[in-house]
Design a protein around this ligand. Structure first.
Ligand code: MIC
Ligand code: SF4
Length: 670
């Protein structure tokens, strides 16, 4: 049997636990886990990972890559495999994936959460999140447990596989920004409004390269479930992570979960120095809403009152917990929802469903006209409950990218459970304060936690020592992970597609059911690459046998799905020229051997689709030697500069043709 820790980059001795004064909480946790580098913003650091999380749509690649690396056993303190995104199993391919994941968790030593047991972030938060730990997860909302003082980061699946095998996780040291909370939330304003306010101020790229650390007197007024709504949706700001200190609220929450033993009193030093400070006075907040189709299109609800609403959905990893559904139930007690509005509750976990059912709230909501879904991501990625064409859907989710709901001409608004429920009652968007005035007997529900959370059934959350499989089960839907050859000397080709700003990974590889079932079958999945932007793309890319993508700012924002890099790689894309990149996607491009070059606005404006792009320098040599500026020749006519912002390690990975080839090479050499 191979010793899994033999791999290059696989855990040198850990940094001693010394704290210099003046550290932020983020720096303290990173310092405790540092295995390489220094905590200087912008510099690459390597950290040890305590916990990992993966889910069904990114998890199959995680384990296939874990296997391809020759790894045989999970080395982190804890690993958990959840099945949450596609739990309806419309197709045997979904079920094949789930069975493979159960077998992988059993074979390699991870906890396994069955389909229907709940959304990874909800189940993880309740069962495993612990202050002071580091976590890596192959899902962009991994930072959710930051609400309990855990430093959790989203990444591509390959990084998760390596971390799970005992390897360090490498990341650019983020800037730590102080989000100082003052005051207390007034009635009808919620944690969702805190994060929507930050999105309104900072935009979907305002958090790139940053960890948002919450401090100030407002912190203690927020319960842990409220904090995790905020840390969850920090992802929409592009932030690396978001974190709260721990306090009596954290202790209280852990006690209700029966997990008080993991409590640790942690926070920043009093004289901690932050890169920047943002002050939010909670008492100034009012109900807010993100208009279609970007999470930062935020306005006060009062500005959009009167818009007809055909669908209301409560759920997702942001607002799908018991504490999010209970306010809706209380508001609906003894009322009916509007006749032309459908209201669906998709609990974030089976536990939440069970508690609501046991307490009679499910019956109360059903009597009001609500339908219940199983605990799943589902509709959040366009699986089930697709809105009617050109209709308005109000959702408590975190993303409303165009088409993500499963229909191109969607109008999805994002808001708190209170605002969503008010709209279901009235049949149109309404500020709940106005609805309360109108109805006379509608009270602000506030946030309430159960005295004691009920635990998961041991067959829904299967511990590694209870595993049912000890070998991998690969049905016909489970393919191989393609490998790329080392970087060539000549890189370039036709500019196959020119895209605008804020292109999401949902544009690159959509997550709807017809496509999602091929997440473990890369050749088939590749056929859908960028089909939402141009349905001829995949065919043209294959025909051209290589080529270039051109994009504006924040290319690849949104999810962690590495398929958004792997599929373009499979189609022969060698480089992406963009004005800027989203953090996880850029890391995924390195991991799959695609060269991400940053171009300025003038170059972006000048390049046209169909242009012939040639990287003039010997690409392999230039990448290896640390060259930062690359000359790009367009149509043999004019030249521009592309910037490669990459660490030495990332350059080695690129040159090797991606991280899988690189890690294998290192192993063969060592
Ligand atoms: C999402 O919210 O977009 C997803 C689906 O959870 C993704 C993961 C995936 O694509 O499987 C994410 O956020 O990383
Ligand atoms: Fe699931 Fe939606 Fe959360 Fe992604 S954002 S993990 S799809 S609930």
């Amino acid at each position: 049997m191979k010793n899994t820790t033999e791999y290059a980059g696989f855990i040198p001795p850990r940094h001693p636990l010394t704290h210099v004064m003046g550290q932020t909480l983020t720096e303290k946790i990173l310092d405790d886990h540092l295995v390489e580098g220094e905590l200087t913003p912008g510099e690459e650091i390597g950290i040890e990972i305590d916990q990992v999380l993966t889910q069904d749509t990114t998890g199959t690649l995680v384990w296939l890559q874990f296997e391809a690396l020759g790894l045989e056993e999970v080395q982190t303190e804890l690993a958990a495999q959840y099945c949450d995104h596609q739990t309806y199993q419309f197709d045997f391919k979904n079920t094949d994936d789930h069975r493979f994941l159960r077998s992988a968790a059993g074979t390699f030593g991870a906890h396994f959460s069955r389909p229907g047991n709940g959304i990874c972030h909800n189940v993880h938060k309740e069962n495993f999140a612990a202050p002071g730990k580091t976590m890596l997860g192959s899902d962009s909302h991994t930072p959710t447990p930051g609400g309990l003082g855990e430093l959790a980061i989203g990444s591509g699946g390959l990084d998760v596989a390596v971390a799970m095998g005992g390897g360090a996780y490498y990341i650019e040291m983020p800037e730590v920004v102080n989000v100082r909370l003052e005051g207390e939330l007034p009635e009808w304003a919620t944690a969702k409004d805190v994060i929507l306010e930050l999105l309104r101020r900072l935009s979907v790229k305002g958090g790139v390269g940053k960890v948002l650390e919450y401090t100030g007197p407002g912190v203690e007024t927020l319960t842990v479930p409220e904090r995790t709504t905020i840390t969850n949706m920090g992802t929409e700001l592009g932030a690396t992570s978001s974190i709260f200190p721990t306090d009596d609220q954290t202790k209280d929450y852990l006690e209700r979960l029966g997990r008080e033993d993991v409590f640790e009193d942690i926070g920043p030093d009093e004289d901690a120095e932050y890169a920047d400070e943002i002050v939010v006075d909670l008492s100034d907040l009012e109900p807010l809403i993100a208009e279609p189709s970007m999470p930062d299109n935020v306005v006060p609800v009062s500005e959009v009152e009167g818009v007809d609403v055909e669908q209301v959905m409560i759920g997702s990893c942001t607002n799908g917990a018991y504490e999010d559904i209970l306010p809706a139930a209380k508001m609906l007690e003894g009322r009916n929802i509007d006749k032309k509005t459908e209201m669906i509750v998709a609990p974030g976990s089976k536990q939440a469903s069970e508690m609501l059912a046991r307490e009679g709230w499910t019956a109360e909501m059903m009597a009001a006209g609500v339908n219940f879904s199983e605990a799943t991501c589902g509709a959040c990625i366009g699986i089930g409950h697709v809105p009617a064409s050109d209709s308005v859907s109000l959702r408590t989710f975190n993303r409303n990218f165009e088409g993500r709901s499963g229909i191109e001409d969607d109008n999805v608004y994002l808001c708190s459970p209170e605002v969503a429920t008010a709209a279901a009652i009235k049949g149109e968007i309404v500020d709940p304060r106005d609805l309360a005035d109108e109805l006379g007997d509608l009270e602000a529900p506030g946030l309430e936690m159960p005295d004691q959370y009920i635990g998961n059934s041991e067959s829904d959350l299967i511990a590694p020592d209870q595993a049912v499989d000890d070998e991998l089960i690969k049905g016909p839907n489970i393919g191989d992970v393609p490998l790329k050859d080392p970087l060539e000397t000549e890189v370039g080709g036709e500019a196959l597609l020119k895209m605008e700003d804020n292109i999401t990974t949902d544009h690159i590889i959509p997550a709807t059911q017809d496509i999602l079932m091929y997440r473990s079958n890369v050749p088939k999945l590749s056929e859908f690459t960028l089909s939402r932007v141009d349905d001829t793309f995949a065919e043209r890319a294959l025909e051209a046998d290589g080529g270039v993508l051109v994009a504006g700012e924040n290319y690849g924002q949104g999810s962690s799905r590495e398929h958004a890099a792997l599929c373009p790689m499979y189609l022969g894309i060698e480089t992406v020229l963009a004005q800027s990149f989203a953090r996880i996607h850029k890391a995924n491009l390195f991991n799959f051997g695609i060269v991400p070059l940053t171009i300025d606005e003038e170059t972006y404006e000048k390049i046209e689709e169909g242009d012939d792009i040639e990287v003039v320098d010997d690409a392999a040599e230039a990448v290896r030697s640390g060259q930062e500026e690359f000359t790009i020749r367009v149509n043999d006519d004019w030249e521009a500069t592309g910037q490669l912002d990459a660490s030495e390690r990332e350059r080695e990975i690129l040159a090797a043709g991606g991280k899988l080839s690189h890690t294998k090479q290192q192993h063969d050499e060592g």
